[in-house]
Each structure stands twice: as structure tokens, then as C-alpha cells.
Write a protein of this length. Sequence first.
Length: 451
Amino acid sequence: MKPIERCKALIARDREIISPATRISYFPLAVSRAEGSKVWDLDGNEYLDFLSGAAVTNIGHRHPRVVQAIREQLERFIHNTLAYTYYEVPALLAEKLAEITPGRFPKRVAYGLSGSDANDGAIKLVRSATRRLRILSFLGSYHGTTLGALTLSGISLNMRRSLSPLVPEIYHVPYPDCYHCYLGLQYPDCGLACVEYIRELFRILIPPEETAAFILEPIQGDAGVVIPPSEFWRELRALCDDHGILLVDEEVQTGFGRTGRWFAIEHWGIEPDVILTAKAIASGMPLSAIISRSELMETWSVPAHLFTAEANPLCCAAALATIEVLEEERLPERAERVGRTALKRLGEMMEDHDLIGDVRGRGLLIGVDLVRDRKTREPAREEALKVSWRAYEKGLILISFGRFGNVLRIAPPLTVSEKELEEGLGIVEESIDDVEKGKAPDEVLKQMTGW
Ligand SMILES: Cc1ncc(COP(=O)(O)O)c(C=O)c1O
């Protein structure tokens, strides 16, 4: 057993003073340092990182270019609110974001501090731009915890219990989750019944001409890495075009190279009207950006989406450096290549481990869906928690997530070396093997809330 006394002592203090609503607990990891794909705890134990701070450190922890950019900006000034003054880094970054995001039309950018506020911004923007109130979101989605973002989310009752009334006129429809289909059907025999479902709603319940937007993740992350079939995107874009509905592409988790493209929607060649980004944009500094067609942003007026600390110059400098690193090191392409190797290796594990029901992903956003029975696909939530615990004991940061909490989240930094990846996947396999052989005690579940 490795020493974890210091971690445990800090966690005991933390539990007394920090609100329980702010953390989903897995294992007693208290971080003291992080570099590249490695993290060290307070007791000096080293871990390989398959979580990347929740898909944030895409270019690795403390990339020297990011550290240098923050230092240089720190020497000039830390804060001058963009609400009343001008400075160059936010404009430079906005020009860059307009260039790298899909859609060959004039764009404008609005900043915030988190993925959640970007989603709230999207609700306001599409309503202002269309003068329509209704918004369609998707079951299984996670959009964050500000009031608008949690209204959009469709993954956990704990997020919304006792908070009603939430933001009105937001409806949820089934996401094309072809492994755990909401409608109990099988793709492709289903004939894309989830899109038919939307058409039916438009026929009998929700007037399409009163619908402002669809807001959705191109690949649902926290639902357990759920990847829609290509026709879904074509059909959805067509529905938008037919009824003047805006398509909001929520790339908070999938953006900045994570899935093997700069933005995941590019896998399907679709041009969204609005793109939401945060998380990896600034390698961990708090920043979000809404990038949209210019004419939409000309419809909302100040101060509809203004924050004192928006576009903090340290965060913008970190974002510019992050984008340069992604470009120069060609990390989206690398994610695609290395991700393919990981998917192959995980696919091979299925031959020896019945606990694995499905392996799916794009780039380095990969989910390993654990089931009790491959036929019924009964989710193996507790087993997934135990795998995550065993992996931690063996030096790998790996969590389980998903709408049933049974999917292992494989999301290392895009800079992870091939050796590190192989080592981490080896630990994943050993941990699954241990759980299958009953080597992980039920005891550990008491400390783990999990998804
Ligand atoms: C797809 C998606 N949207 C929004 C959010 C919320 O982002 P934040 O936690 O920065 O508010 C998350 C966070 O996990 C996310 O995965």
C-alpha cells in the first residue's frame, strides 16, 4: 500500500468546509503537482492522468509555452475589465477563434468564465436573435450548473431537484444513443426514430416556427461518450434549415482537438450557427467563448452577457498559447492517430473481458461501457467504480461516468506519449481483470459517490 496520510488529512479538512455539491468523489487524490501527463499527490505518489482535469489539459499540464505566456502577461497587468476598457489579447484571441472554428461566415465572439455560462449565453443569444422562446435540448446531455445550463442538462435529477421553476420552454428529446437506445430500438433498423420523434413533436406539441434552437453536444461526453450516426446530423441540419431554427454546437468538452478534429462537429462537415467553447481553451485558466454568426450577436444588447472578469488577460494569453501549441504540434491529428491505437487495444480487451460491453470514441475521447450481461446491456455501475478505484491504486487517474455511471472515461492529454498510453491501458486491463476476479472489495464503494 502506498502512503496517503497527507492526502487523507487534507480530505478530512476539505470535507468539513467545502460544500458537498461541488465534488463527485472517487478516490483520495489530493494533488500537489502536475506536469505533462503526470500528476503527483501530497504524499509524493505519481499518477498517469487519463482524466486531463475533465478534458481541460489537452496539451498536458503546465505546457511551458502556456506557463511563459501567463508569466509575460503577469508582468504587464492582471486585470482591467473588458466591460469598460479595451486591450489586445481578447481581440487577438477572438480573431483566432473565428479562424479555427467551422463556418465560413463573419463571426463575433462573447467571453465568459466557464462552460456553464457559455450555455446560459447561448440561451440568451438564440432567444434575442430569433425572438422565439422554445429551445430543444437532449436527454443525457450535460451543459453545466448555472441555472440555464442545468435546465438544458438531461443527465441527473440531483442537478435540478428542488430548484423549480427552472428556465421555461426548454424541452428534452432523445439523443441518438445507439448502444443504450432511449426508444429500445436498434440502429440502423430504427430508421432514426429519434429524429422522427422530433418531427412528431413539431407536428403535435411544439410549433417549429416558435422554436429558437437546438443546443447539443456533437458527441455527448458525460453521458458516456455517445456518438451519433452521420445521418442524424444531416437530418438535424435540414430540420433547422426548414424551420429557421438555429443549431448551437456545444463543444465545451469535445473542442480543441480532443476528438481528432479542432471541433467534433467537423467529423460530419456540419456548419453550426453558434459554437460554445470552454474547458481546454485556456489549458485550465477560467475562460469560455461563444462564437457565432455576426448577425446573431448584433441582436443582443449590452449588458446581456457581460462579466467583470470576462476575457481575463492571463486566461486569453494562455488560450493563444494553447492554440499555437495545438497547431504547431498538430495535436488534433495526433489525437486521431493515437486514439485509433487506443481503440484497437481496448477492442482487443473485449475478447478476454466480458465486463466490457462496448468501446467507442473519437480521437482521445473514449468510453469503455461496462455491462453485467452483453445481451441485456445491463450497466455495471458498481463494477466501473471499482475499476476506477483499482486503477487509482495502481497509479492511474481514471473515472467512470455516463448516464448509468458505468462507462470508463479514457481522456489523457493529447500529448500523452505512446509508452504512457500503453502503460495506462495496461492498468485499465489489469483493473478490469481484478474486478472480474472479485479482488476489489465492496468496502471502497462507501467512499465513492460517482456519477
Ligand atoms: C459538454 C459540457 N458542457 C458544459 C460543461 C460545464 O462546464 P463548466 O464546468 O466549465 O461550467 C461541461 C463540464 O463538464 C461539459 O462537459
